[in-house]
Design a protein around this ligand. Sequence first.
Ligand SMILES: Nc1ncnc2c1ncn2[C@@H]1O[C@H](COP(=O)(O)OP(=O)(O)O)[C@@H](O)[C@H]1O
Ligand SMILES: [Mg+2]
Length: 271
Amino acid sequence: MFNSISTQANKLLHLTKKNSTASKTKIITITSGKGGVGKSTFTANMAYLLARRGYKIAIVDADIGLANMQVLFDIKPRLTLFDYIEGRNTINEIISSTAYNNLDLVAGKSGYQYANLKNSLVLSRVVDEIKGLNKYDIVLIDTGAGLNEYVQEFLSVSNNILALTTTDPSALTDVYALMKMLSIDKDRLLICFNHTKNYKIGETIANSLVNLAKKNRLNHNFVVKYIGNVSTSANITTTSRLRKLFAHEFINDEITKQLHLVIDSLLENIH
Ligand SMILES: Nc1ncnc2c1ncn2[C@@H]1O[C@H](COP(=O)(O)OP(=O)(O)O)[C@@H](O)[C@H]1O
Ligand SMILES: [Mg+2]
């Protein structure tokens, strides 16, 4: 048992090393701690705007509880991440195209029994395989709520972690818990606010989180970088309900402009 896990761990390490030098693909994991803050909506729309700018993008729907990317893109993929995880299909087979240029999706599956997994390393292997294709500029991984071991695994294989949060105290508590956890072995966390009225509010709260980290003596090399905010908008709720992307339907809307600013900052800060 231990042998087989360690063999798999070695394979994973090998794969990571091989691909990290060869691949152009950047991996961004989007997380929050708290559910319902707008992660999937934000990820889908950000992916769309990046694709419009000419980047080749793939989204991996890694939400364990509620895989809803295919709903946001209004497609019904025949195969999901789990067909790959269970060894039935190759990585190329589980990648679905969307209605948008330069934008592909690896769909998830709601209610999947993760307990079936012998061990969780297969989850991060999907990331290495996508990198290995060397076809995408950026892969966005949309994780579910909470910091369970599966979310942690996706965080561990990602150089770039973006926390989306609201200013709600419970959401901020969860973001701080995330900072604490990541500060142990990561050097950075990007943070973006949803449902905030302006850039300044997000910046002020991000600074408070940084000060709290200092006060509690979290690793002082760990950097929290604030990259912008998106306001509340009825257009977002409406387009989600209609299974459309607001950034596509409302291309000149204030919200879409805010998201473009987030993307500018994101592109400056990923590696
Ligand atoms: N800035 C916003 N303004 C208005 N509604 C939003 C905004 N961001 C997200 N929503 C809505 O909030 C709900 C939850 O969003 P979702 O992306 O599914 O959250 P999560 O993936 O974090 O669970 C959706 O109905 C979505 O349309
Ligand atoms: Mg979601």
